[in-house]
Design a protein around this ligand. Structure first.
Ligand code: GLN
Length: 317
């Protein structure tokens, strides 16, 4: 087994960077263009509190679909598992992340899971607060507490405007769910706005690694010992990350990497190795399924060389 060090991380980034050529940078997120096509940054935080980092780890990028993890954590804490999973199911799907067809056919018209767009919009209707602004501020300050960063971790107004402008598919998902009674009209409008805003929060690979570590540490902030989210809810979120966090590539990642992950179309991935470490990755060149190609390769390498797969045979009885 390899030992974690900055030198080791640099080797991993060097070996995986060529895979950036196999994807493409999405063309409508402000601040992200083809000049970032070969970027690859990785940060790890271990349970000892050590930080290891390599590559373009100073890039700021928007959360995009990693928002879905935070929205689900808040909804579970606010409303509990029974209520949340009446609105949205917890099953994997082979459809693309922004698919609408399953909403017409699937039982009760519920979205398959909280980590596809329809599911995240439905889940966003279950975050407490009397206005969208108040609900957003609760989420933002939760994320700032987890990451210990209230400077870089903030709403990117330009990205927010672009989420609204390019949101036709998301609006159609929300209105479709209104038509089938999954959401009321008010819920649909507000959930969409909240979803756009949380997608537009800026982070970096260190912030993602801290989010990953928070999940790996079962919802507790190590430095203060405060349990921000009940551990049973964090367990639920990690299970759905394993089965649905990489969209319709989740099965492949469960086999090849073997720990909970969530990706976003900015090319970001958060990883949580239970009880061991948090991982934050940025690699903006993504494949057709919305996942960072080089980032995925980094995860495969880390999993193998550091023996991170939770199904590993290290504990034979
Ligand atoms: N902003 C994107 C959307 O809502 C996020 C999707 C993603 O990261 N996969 O479609």
């Amino acid at each position: 087994m390899d030992k974690l060090s900055n030198g080791f991380m640099e080797e991993v980034v060097k070996a995986c960077r060529p895979y950036t050529a196999q994807g493409e940078v999405i063309d409508h997120i402000p601040g992200l263009d083809q000049s970032h096509a070969t970027d690859l940054g990785v940060t790890i935080i271990t349970k000892e509190g050590d930080v290891y980092s390599a590559g373009e780890d100073d890039c700021n990028f928007s959360l995009q679909s990693i928002s879905k993890v935070i929205i689900l954590l808040m909804a579970l804490e606010d409303f509990g598992k029974e209520v949340v999973f009446q609105k949205v199911d917890m099953e994997p799907t082979d459809d693309f992340f922004n698919s609408i067809s399953n909403l017409e056919n699937y039982e009760g018209h519920r979205p398959y899971n909280p980590f596809i767009n329809s599911g995240a919009i439905a889940t966003a209707s279950l975050v407490n607060g009397s206005t969208v602004e108040e609900r957003f501020q609760r989420i933002l300050s939760f994320l700032q507490t987890i990451t210990g960063d209230d400077e870089k971790v903030k709403l990117n107004e330009e990205v927010y405007r672009s989420e609204i402008k390019n949101g036709a598919r998301n609006r159609s998902l929300a209105y479709f769910m209104e038509s089938t009674g999954v959401l009321s009209n008010r819920e649909a409008e507000e959930a969409l706005d909240l979803y756009y805003r949380v997608n537009s929060i800026d982070v970096n690979s260190l912030a993602l690694a801290k989010l990953g570590f928070f999940l790996a540490n079962h919802g507790k902030i190590s430095a203060t010992g405060s349990q921000l989210i009940q551990s049973r809810h964090v367990r639920t979120v990690k299970a759905i990350m394993l089965t649905s966090g990489m969209y319709n590539e989740s099965g492949t990642y469960a086999v090849d990497v073997g720990f909970p992950l969530k990706s976003g179309v900015s090319g970001s991935i958060v990883g949580a190795v239970p009880g061991r470490m948090g991982i934050g990755i940025i690699g903006p060149s993504i494949n057709k399924k919305g996942n960072s190609v080089a980032g995925g390769q980094v995860l495969r390498m880390l999993s193998e060389k550091l023996r991170l797969n939770i199904f590993h045979d290290s504990t034979i009885v």
